[in-house]
Design a protein. Structure first.
Length: 144
């Protein structure tokens, strides 16, 4: 710190305390952003795991019937999966969709406006600072 012109003990102490406060503030902002709204995300993941656990056997049978070109059984299995989605929609008031491995929407619950294709996975920076990235992208789109 002597290279920066801090010759007195008071200046060194003041600069150290200010640096510690700034680092603490930055750490608190990052921690708040990382922890914020994790309860809803965890709840959604648990529900999705439970729903998938109940629908997965039907999806497995659907894949088998599609591979055997059994169209009647495939339609029946799709109807069962759709009815299961409707039951979960009524009981949980949730918007749900089923996407294929390439990210295309196969089916969705009624009154849901899910995208036809899954968006790309957001970067770590946009997950930590969701508002700043949205603000930057809004400014970029409005300036074009």
């Amino acid at each position: 710190m002597q290279q920066l012109g801090f010759r007195s003990v008071f200046a060194k102490l003041f600069a150290s305390v200010m640096l510690a406060l700034i680092l603490f503030a930055v750490a608190m902002v990052l921690l708040t952003q990382l922890v914020h709204d994790k309860d809803a995300g965890i709840r959604s993941e648990i529900l999705a795991t439970q729903i998938l656990g109940q629908i997965d056997p039907f999806l497995h049978e659907l894949n088998i019937s599609i591979s055997k070109d059994n169209h009647l059984q495939s339609r029946f299995m799709l109807a069962v999966v759709k009815k299961s989605f409707d039951i979960f929609d009524e009981s949980l008031q949730a918007k749900m969709g089923l996407y294929d491995s390439e990210g295309r929407l196969l089916m969705q619950t009624d009154n849901s406006d899910l995208p036809l294709e899954l968006p790309p996975t957001p970067s770590l920076f946009s997950r930590v600072f969701p508002l700043s990235c949205r603000y930057v992208s809004d400014q970029a789109s409005s300036s074009v």
